[in-house]
Design a protein around this ligand. Structure first.
Ligand code: SIN
Length: 297
């Protein structure tokens, strides 16, 4: 029997009583999907699944994406994006070492941004009995609902531009600094012209209605939103900084402490998320699948 236990005030639930290595009947899948969309973040503990089983489960929610960073895809399974600080026998990074440095929503720079992501914990760094490398999620629907009515009305009329190009350049520059500061070996090449050309900037409304729950949320994020339209960059930066500070208040956040075998899903339309990098040189290995969502307007 499936049990759903809400963890955070506005988001986050544990779903138990499910073995994701087994095929799920339609009724069970519908229960999972309902619990997931209602709670915006949902996780299953103690799973033991292969890459193919993770792909099969998340594919039930829709079309899977293959990440623009081909070098971080899992060999033989293009749909799995590898997040890890591990190196292969030749000293090369086996996946993205830097993903999630900023609050963001996965692939939000696309015309059809991601609906949801699923992250499976293969190796989790633990120090003195405490898991490191937590992931934090903020509900942009709860944050929007908490704004004063006049502010909500005003935001309905504003649009924003999401830019993979600006994100990668910002992230690349930060890595160069961080390497010097923390002596962390992050292997990262500057984005290639081919990568940048494949994901042009996308303009969209700041306020987005969720296609399933019909909740309205703020579809902006520090990682990918380059600017708000209809104002100067300085004004846009100021306004965005205030909105980000609002969204990431503790009451709108659920922080996940990982265990090996966790499969956690988040709703990229309703929440944004951020990784922590407090575990080097302990190894961390995660597999992510991402489901394409409807086009933004
Ligand atoms: C991500 O942004 O998808 C990565 C989250 C994490 O590795 O904690």
């Amino acid at each position: 029997m499936i049990t759903v236990t809400r963890i955070g005030k506005h988001l986050g639930a544990e779903i138990s009583g499910v073995d994701l290595s087994q095929p799920l009947d339609d009724h069970t899948f519908a229960q999972i999907a309902n619990a997931f969309f209602d709670n915006e973040v949902a996780f299953f503990r103690n799973q033991n699944i292969t890459a193919a089983q993770q792909i099969a489960f998340t594919r039930r929610f829709g079309t899977l994406e293959a990440h623009v960073r081909k070098e971080a895809r899992l060999g033989g399974h293009d749909e799995i994006f590898v997040l890890s600080n591990k190196l292969d026998a030749d000293g090369r990074a086996i996946g993205a070492q830097d993903a999630g440095r900023y609050w963001h929503s996965d692939l939000s720079y696309k015309r059809e941004p991601s609906m949801l992501s699923a992250l499976y914990a293969v190796e989790v760094p633990v120090k003195n009995g405490v898991a490191l490398g937590n992931t934090y999620f903020a509900s942009s629907t709860a944050a929007f609902a908490a704004l004063p009515e006049a502010m909500r009305q005003r935001l309905q009329k504003i649009r924003n531009v999401h830019s993979y190009r600006e994100y990668r350049l910002k992230n690349y520059a930060a890595q160069q600094d961080e390497e010097r500061r923390r002596i962390r070996t992050v292997q990262e090449h500057a984005p290639t012209p081919e990568q940048l050309a494949s994901v042009p900037d996308t303009e969209m409304d700041v306020v987005r209605e969720h296609p399933v729950t019909k909740r309205q949320g703020l579809f902006i994020n520090d990682g990918h939103t380059a600017y708000l339209t209809g104002m100067s960059r300085a004004e846009s930066d100021t306004e965005l900084a205030k909105l980000y500070a609002h969204i990431t208040q503790p009451e709108f956040i659920y922080g996940h402490s990982w265990r090996v075998g966790d499969l956690l899903m988040w709703d990229n339309i309703a929440v944004q998320h951020k990784a922590t990098f407090d575990y080097d040189p302990l190894p961390r290995l995660m597999y992510r699948t991402t489901v394409r969502g409807p086009a933004v307007t």
